[in-house]
Design a protein around this ligand. Structure first.
Ligand code: ADP
Length: 309
C-alpha cells in the first residue's frame, strides 16, 4: 500500500521510520511545506530500508500522493512548553483548510489518518472538510495514551505490555479516561493479576500510573521539546492494520455518538481494517469512568462547536 505523509516534522518522519522498520507500506511519500526538509528526511529514512522492510521512500508534492491508500496528516505547528493541546487548535485549523483540500483533490479514495494536535478536534475538522464518511477519517486519538498505560502497567506487573489490555478513552488530552475497571492482564483483571504477582495496585501505584499516563507529554516536552517516537510507532501500527485488513482493536478517534453525545470525535476501542474503522465498542466501565468519558466527549463537542465547523 502506498502511504502519503503530509508534514515531515518529527511526528511524520518518525511514523515513516517506524513504517520502514515494521513494514505495512510499499511506498511512502513525504510532503512538507519545507521541501528541503522532506527531501532530507526521505533520504535519511531511506538509508534504513536495507535494515528494514522493502519500502520505497520519496519526498514529493501533493500530485505525488495519487494512488495512496492512506494519507497521514502530521503537518502543523508543534505544542509549545506549557501550551495545552486545545490552545494549538486555532493555529492548526488554518493549516488544515488548505492541506485537506489538496489531499482530496489528488486522492479522494484514501483513508485519512490525522496526527496533528489537538487530534480529536483536528480529526473532526478533517472529516468535515473532506466530506468523507466518519470511519475513513481516523485520528490517532489515545493510541499513544493506551500504549503508555499498557507500558506502565506492564512494568509494574513485570510482564510484556502486549499482554496488558487496558484502554485510555475519550480525549487525547487532559480529560482522557483510564479505563481501570476494564483493564486485563492475560485474561484476568489487573487487580487480580497484580495480587497474584505480589505487586498489588495500591492507591499510590494507581495514582503514579495515572499521572504517568496523563502527564507523559508534558514531562517529555519539558525534557526534549516534543514527543515523537511513541506516536510515530502508533501511526505505523494503524497503517499496518489498514494495509493488512487486520481487524485490529485500537483506541482511535472517529466522529460518532458517544454516551449520548452526538457527532463527536474521541477515542473508543475500534476495529480497524482496510475500510478504516468498521466497528466500535464501549468497554464495561464503572459509573465514575462512564461519567468521565461523557464529560470528556461533552468538552470536545463544545470545543468543536466553538470552532464553528
Ligand atoms: P511535530 O512535532 O508535530 O512533528 P514539527 O514542527 O516537527 O511538529 O512538524 C510539523 C511539520 O509540518 C513541519 O515540518 C512543517 O514544515 C510542516 N507544515 C506546516 N504547515 C504545513 C503545510 N501547510 N503543508 C505542509 N506541511 C506543513
Amino acid at each position: 500500500m502506498k502511504v502519503g505523509i503530509v508534514g515531515a516534522g518529527m511526528v511524520g518522519s518518525s511514523a515513516a521510520f517506524a513504517m520502514v522498520m515494521r513494514g505495512g507500506a510499499s511506498r511512502i511519500v513525504l510532503v512538507d511545506l519545507d521541501e528541503k526538509r522532506a527531501r532530507a528526511e526521505a533520504e535519511d529514512i531511506g538509508h534504513a530500508v536495507p535494515f528494514g522492510a522493502a519500502v520505497r521512500v520519496d519526498a514529493g508534492g501533493y500530485d505525488d500522493l495519487r494512488g495512496c491508500g492512506v494519507v497521514v496528516l502530521a503537518c502543523g505547528v508543534g505544542q509549545k512548553p506549557g501550551e495545552t493541546r486545545l490552545q494549538l487548535l486555532g493555529r492548526n485549523a488554518a493549516v488544515f483548510r488548505s492541506v485537506v483540500g489538496e489531499v482530496m483533490r489528488v486522492c479522494p479514495e484514501a483513508i485519512l489518518l490525522v496526527a496533528s494536535n489537538p487530534v480529536d478536534i483536528m480529526g473532526q475538522i478533517t472529516q468535515r472538510l473532506s466530506g468523507l464518511p466518519a470511519g475513513r477519517v481516523i485520528g490517532s486519538g489515545t493510541i499513544l495514551d493506551t500504549a503508555r498505560f499498557r507500558w506502565l502497567l506492564g512494568r509494574h506487573l513485570g510482564i510484556a505490555p502486549r499482554s496488558v489490555h487496558g484502554y485510555v478513552l475519550g480525549e487525547h488530552g487532559d480529560s482522557e479516561v483510564l479505563a481501570w475497571s476494564a483493564a486485563r492482564a492475560g485474561n484476568v483483571s489487573v487487580g487480580s493479576f497484580a495480587a497474584q504477582m505480589g505487586a498489588p495496585i495500591t492507591d499510590e501505584v494507581r495514582a503514579r500510573i495515572d499521572t504517568g499516563v496523563r502527564r507523559a507529554a508534558y514531562t517529555i516536552i519539558e525534557g526534549k521539546g516534543a514527543t515523537w517516537y511513541g506516536i510515530g510507532a502508533g501511526l505505523a501500527r494503524i497503517v499496518a492494520a489498514i494495509a493488512a485488513d487486520e481487524g485490529a482493536v485500537l483506541t482511535v478517534s472517529v466522529a460518532s455518538e458517544v454516551l449520548g453525545v452526538r457527532d463527536v470525535a474521541c477515542s473508543l476501542p475500534r476495529v480497524v481494517g482496510a475500510e478504516g474503522v468498521v466497528a466500535e465498542l464501549v468497554p464495561e466501565l464503572d459509573d465514575s469512568e462512564t461519567e468521565a468519558l461523557r464529560a470528556s466527549a461533552e468538552m470536545l463537542k463544545r470545543t468543536v462547536e466553538a470552532v464553528g465547523m
